[in-house]
Structure formats: structure tokens, C-alpha cells
Design a protein around this ligand. Structure first.
Ligand code: CMP
Length: 140
């Protein structure tokens, strides 16, 4: 098994409800180490670029509006198979389908306000990490 890095966002619905610590306890409990972290309030342009792959989806405008509705915490997670490990502890995108014990089952409000984002591949993780962090910001 390989040590890898993935990108994580604690979304505005979660920062609004003061759930940053509880979510990060779940991530750490899943064997992930937070090796970079910053609180940011994304601009519309930043959110549009970050979610550019979803530009043609019907939910794109609402997604950008939601992701710019409050502060988020962007972070880099490191661990064995970090991409898959993070996705497992996050749970399904729609909290209605998320397994017991997952972050989205416990905390998400809806498919949009679903508390966390996590990269879906190692390749996308590298792109997403580079969007918010310089190499020198990441301290493993
Ligand atoms: P995320 O992992 O951040 O990537 C894209 C986001 O779009 C996704 O999580 C959801 O929060 C959001 N989203 C909103 N509506 C939908 C939908 N109908 N299907 C998939 N994702 C959606």
C-alpha cells in the first residue's frame, strides 16, 4: 500500500455549524493526517474554476453559490491510500445513501450541503492540492 495525499474541503454548511473539529476527528480516526490546512472564503471565480468539471451540470450555479456562501477549510490529507480512505470515511455524495458512521451520514444536510469534499482520484488530488497550496505549505 502506498502513502498518498488527497485534497479535502470542509464546506460552508459544516463551518457554519462549528463542525470542523468533529469532522477532522473522523478524518484522523480513519488514519489520515492533516499535513496542510487553511480557512478561506472562496470567491465566485475561485469556486467556478475549482468545480470547472461540473460547469455543464444543472446544479453548477447552485453549487458555486453554496460554496461561496461562507468560509470553508481547505486541507491536504496524507495516509495509506488516502484518496480511497477519505472517500470511505466521507460516505456517499447524497447523505441519504451514506453508510452509518460516515461524515455525511452524521453531518450532511443534503446532496448539496454535504459537509465535505474529497478528491476522486490521485490525479485530481494533485490538481486540487496545487490549486490552494504551495509545496512549502505542506508539512508531512
Ligand atoms: P463534491 O464532492 O464537492 O463535488 C461536486 C458537488 O456537487 C458534490 O460534492 C455535491 O455536493 C454537489 N451536488 C449538488 N447537487 C448534486 C447532484 N445532483 N449530483 C451530484 N452532486 C451534486
Amino acid at each position: 500500500m502506498a502513502i498518498e495525499r488527497t485534497f479535502s474541503i470542509i464546506k460552508p454548511d459544516a463551518t457554519r455549524r462549528n463542525l470542523t473539529g468533529k469532522i477532522n476527528a473522523k478524518l484522523e480516526g480513519a488514519g489520515l493526517r492533516i499535513v496542510a490546512q487553511r480557512r478561506v472564503w472562496m470567491t465566485t471565480a475561485q469556486a467556478e474554476q475549482f468545480y470547472g468539471v461540473h460547469r455543464e451540470r444543472p446544479f453548477f450555479r447552485d453549487l458555486v453559490t453554496f460554496m461561496t456562501s461562507g468560509p470553508v477549510v481547505v486541507q491536504v490529507l496524507e495516509g495509506e491510500n488516502a484518496v480511497a480512505a477519505n472517500r470511505e470515511v466521507m460516505g456517499a455524495t447524497n447523505p441519504a445513501n451514506a453508510a452509518e458512521g460516515t461524515i455525511r451520514k452524521e453531518f450532511a444536510e443534503s446532496i448539496e450541503a454535504n459537509s465535505v469534499h474529497g478528491s476522486d482520484s490521485a490525479e485530481n488530488a494533485a490538481t486540487e492540492i496545487a490549486y490552494f497550496f504551495a509545496g512549502t505549505d505542506i508539512v508531512g
